[in-house]
Ligand binder design. Structure first.
Ligand SMILES: [Zn+2]
Length: 132
């Protein structure tokens, strides 16, 4: 049994401190490679109730959902998956207004709609030609 430690982190936006769960901090370190202090702040930011922190949490949720979609569609092609994840992130963070990717008969368009949601459009085009 490990003795209980109380860890504190500060919101990255408003600086409000709060207690953070050690397991969650360890998860953040594993997933992001953040250092101890940063990892604690990342966890504290997740639970902070200030507007900026809430907006960030919503954004991360959407990013996660879009990432799930991408992993489902491109599970057999890790290189394409990397490009698509990058396109989702870059448009959702407004580095680019829109990114279009063509893959075989599929055209994917990534952008953010008026409501601020990540939008991914898939268009499938198939043309058949017969000559006799
Ligand atoms: Zn905050």
């Amino acid at each position: 049994m490990s003795e209980e430690k109380i860890l504190y982190g500060a919101c990255r936006f408003c600086g409000q401190t709060q207690t953070v769960n050690e397991d969650e901090v360890l998860d953040v370190i594993r997933q992001t490679g953040a250092e101890g202090e940063d990892a604690k702040n990342i966890v504290a930011t997740r639970y902070c109730t200030c507007e900026e922190a809430k907006a960030q949490a919503t954004h991360e949720m959407k990013l996660e959902a879009a990432g799930e979609w991408a992993r489902g569609v491109f599970e057999k092609d890790p290189e394409k998956l990397q490009c698509v994840l990058c396109a989702i992130k870059a448009t959702s963070e407004h580095h680019f207004g829109r990114i279009a990717i063509k893959s075989g008969k599929y055209n994917y368009t990534f952008d953010v709609d008026a409501a601020g949601d990540i939008r991914i459009k898939t268009k499938y085009t198939d043309t058949q030609e017969e000559t006799f």
